[in-house]
Every structure is written in C-alpha cells, then in structure tokens.
Design a binder for this molecule. Structure first.
Ligand code: KE4
Length: 431
C-alpha cells in the first residue's frame, strides 16, 4: 500500500505559473487537461525516474514525450553538452557538428539522402509541407484524423462535414484560407485514400502521416494501408511524408520506415534526434531537398537551427543508439509491461486493449481493436483519468491523456516494470 504523496510545493508553484503563463505551461500537452487536477512540478530526472519539487520519486513513462529513450541524464549526452558549452552556445554560422549529425541521420534513415536541421518537430513538419507544395506546385495536403504533426496552421484542422471534403479550422486563429487545402481522411482507410486520389488527381502535394501513430494513443498502420500510401502517391506524383518525430529512432534505429520496409519521399524527425534538446530535422530524396533555399527556392531558415549544443546532444544520442542498440532490451522490458498490464486489466474485469510497437504503447480503456480515431475516441476517458491519478498516487507517472503513447526507456528495469504492474493492480482493485 502506498502512502499518499504530498504535492503541496507543486500546487504552490503551479498556482504561480498560472499567473505567469497561459494555463501555467509552455506546452498544452503537459497541462493535465485530459485528466484534470494540477500538473506535478518536477526538479530532476535520472535514469527511469523523475523527482518532483516535494521530493516524491516517480517511475517515468513519458520520458519528455519521447526523447529520453536512454533515460534521463544519459552520461554521453550530458558530457557532450558540457563540452560543447565550453566552446560557446551559438554562432549562427556553419559548424562541423552539423555535418556529423547530418551524416548520422542520413546513414540511419533509409529515405534520407539530404537533411535540414531545425528546432522542433513542428518546424520540421511545417517546412516539409512547404517543400512538398513548392516541389510539386500543388496545394492540397492529406492528413489523417488522430495524427498530430505539431502546431502547423494548415494541420490544425478538423475533418469537413463528410469524408474526402476539405477541412475546417479547429483552432481560433487558423483561417479558412489556410485550412481549405487540407484534406482529412481516416487512418488505415485504404478505400478513402484511393477515392481522394481519384477526386483530387493531380492536385495533391503531399500525404503526411505518423507511420506509427502515438497521438491518438499508439495505433499501427495495416500493411495494405502502407502499400496503398506508397502506390497512390507514387502514381499521382504526390510527396509521401512520414512524420517520424515520435517513432523515429524509437521503434527502430531507422524508424518505422525501416521496420515496415516502406520508403517515403520525405521524413520529419524530432525528440530523440536532439537528445532531449530543441532539435528537429526534415530530410529525404536529394531531388526534393535540393529545392530548399538557398540550394533551391523554397524558403526555410532559423537562427538556432543546427545549434552547437543541440547538435552535440543529438550526435551523442544517435552514436549511442547506433553503436549500442537498446532495441532488444527495450522489446523485452516493454513486452513485460504489456503482458503485465493486460493480465492486471483482465483479472480485474476491466475492458481494455493494448497496442504496442517496441517501447511505445497505449493501454486503451476500450475492448478494441483500436485502429483509427473512430475507435480510439470511443475510449472510456473517465476510467483513464482514475487510472492515471491512481498511479500518480503510487509514484508512477504515465502520459496524462488516453490519446498519448507511453514510452519505456533503456533505464527501466524489470523491478520498475513489476512495481508498475503491482501499482496498476492496486488501482484496479479499488476501481
Ligand atoms: P514538437 O514541435 O512538439 O517538437 O513536435 C511536434 C510533433 C510532430 N509530430 C509528431 C508525431 C509529434 O508527436 C509531435 C509532438 N508530440 C507531442 C506529444 N504527443 C509533444 C508534446 C507536447 O506538445 O508538449
């Protein structure tokens, strides 16, 4: 039985934060909007653990929303950052480190022949879409319900009234003019994709998707869907963009595209590629990438792009993942968690299903199968909130939304997993 944790300091600091920053946060995802209550305010991460400002320790399954695949304070990244800081923090001029990181990315990701470094996943997807439109001279971009690609205006849209109708804004500030060229389809809907290419033949600049989705919870593409994505875009001359900001370097060193054997035209990256520092990237076929300014005419720029500290962290991270791949351990320990969660839910008679790819997974409060937003959105989110808070009280920090993936790191041990399962059983026993 766990003792009730005091989070008084978190409460005080978060009340202060709400006076200073909208909603008290610098990113909406961490505001606990989906589960209610105040976010926990943290002071330190170490390996698989986070410590909050009240001194409570949690087993961390968010890992900064993906980057911490090798655990918090991974020594080679820390050392690289310390060394880089000694040489200055930003030059706004070319550095060797950018070449080194670019080569690591090109060697790792099958589709990437040339790459541009940026500062976030959003910048990567925003730039990739502009590039696809500039390269094809076309306007329409297809995305899928339940897929999130960062806060790019043209992708902050909701499905139109009927299938294969152009989208409408789903955030104030996004204009109809911006959303009118975005088409929203259903993930894993081959027929819908093919109908869209018939209806808008020759007008589609790009199709962008999460090849392993994490943003409606973890949802995987069917083989037929992947095959159709590659065939329809190839035949029509549209650009296929894999948004691997979350699954890149996570589900395999070469990302989902190396796991599934499907090579997109462009890939967007973030999170792990920066070792936990602000760094994203977009890359792909040389014939497309050479259209990016100043090699080509598609504008793209950024004061801190390729920043020496972020590139040092990225180099250390990708070098470690390449030279000492953690994926076998991650598969073993993540499987242990998946089986333990399923057994605990089944024993407690809790309706559930679990989707997992490597060390990213989601326990859905839904009998399943969860294959697209339609099934994901039918989850019992009230139950998820009870599960989330029950685990917080027991020192387990899960993603604060049913529509997110949890992440296991190479620092998690079998003991951490067993402690997590024991806590889950306690929560379900009090259901
Ligand atoms: P950033 O701009 O947050 O670095 O990346 C945007 C992005 C793009 N593509 C995918 C597939 C992503 O998952 C993300 C960001 N993911 C969210 C978590 N679901 C980040 C958390 C947050 O927004 O604070």
């Amino acid at each position: 039985m766990s003792k009730a944790l005091s989070r008084e300091q978190s409460r005080i600091e978060f009340a202060r934060a709400k006076e200073l920053m909208p909603g008290g946060v610098n990113s909406a995802a961490r505001a606990f909007g989906a589960v209610g209550g105040d976010p926990v305010v943290f002071q330190e991460g170490d390996g698989a653990y986070l410590t909050d400002i009240d001194g409570n320790r949690y087993i961390d399954y968010i890992g900064s929303w993906g980057p911490m695949i090798l655990g918090h304070q991974f020594a080679p990244v820390k050392d690289a950052v310390h060394a880089a800081v000694e040489r200055g923090t930003s030059f706004g001029a070319p550095t060797v480190a950018e070449n080194v990181l670019a080569e690591l990315i090109i060697d790792a990701v099958p589709s990437v022949e040339m790459v541009r470094l940026v500062n976030s996943g959003t910048e990567a997807t925003m730039s990739a879409i502009r590039l696809a439109r500039g390269y094809t001279g076309r306007d329409i971009v297809i995305k899928f319900s339940g897929n999130y690609h960062g806060h790019v205006d043209s992708l902050l849209v909701a499905a139109g009234s009927a299938a294969a109708t152009l989208a409408v804004p789903n955030s104030p500030g996004v204009t109809v003019g911006t959303s009118k060229d975005t088409l929203i389809l259903q993930y894993n809907d081959v027929q819908g994709l093919e109908q869209a290419f018939e209806k808008y033949a020759g007008k589609i600049a790009a199709v962008i998707l999460e090849p392993v989705c994490g943003n409606m919870g973890c949802v995987t593409p069917t083989a037929d869907f992947l095959k159709s994505l590659r065939a329809t875009t190839q035949d029509d001359g549209a650009v296929l963009i894999f948004d691997e900001v979350m699954c890149g370097f996570r589900v395999a060193f070469g990302g989902a595209q190396s796991l599934f054997g499907v090579t997109p035209d462009l890939t967007t990256m973030g999170k792990i590629v920066g070792g936990g520092l602000p760094l994203g990237a977009f890359g792909g076929k040389r014939a497309i990438m050479e259209n990016v300014l100043p090699a080509g005419k598609v504008f793209q720029a950024g004061t801190l792009s390729g920043n020496p500290i972020a590139t040092a962290a990225g180099i250390a991270m990708l070098t470690a993942l390449r030279d000492t791949p953690p994926y076998e351990h991650l598969e073993k320990i993540s499987r242990r968690l998946e089986v333990g969660l399923a057994e605990a839910a089944t024993a407690a008679g809790v309706e559930h299903s679990i989707n997992r790819v490597g060390s990213m997974m989601t326990l859905f409060f839904h009998p399943g199968p969860v294959t697209a937003w339609e099934s994901a959105s039918a989850c019992d989110t009230q139950r998820f909130s009870k599960y989330f808070w029950g685990l917080i009280e027991r020192g387990i920090y899960m993603p604060c939304s049913q529509f997110e993936a949890l992440f296991v790191s190479n620092s998690h041990t079998e003991q951490d997993i067993d402690e997590t399962i024991a806590a889950v059983k306690e929560v379900f026993a009090k259901w």
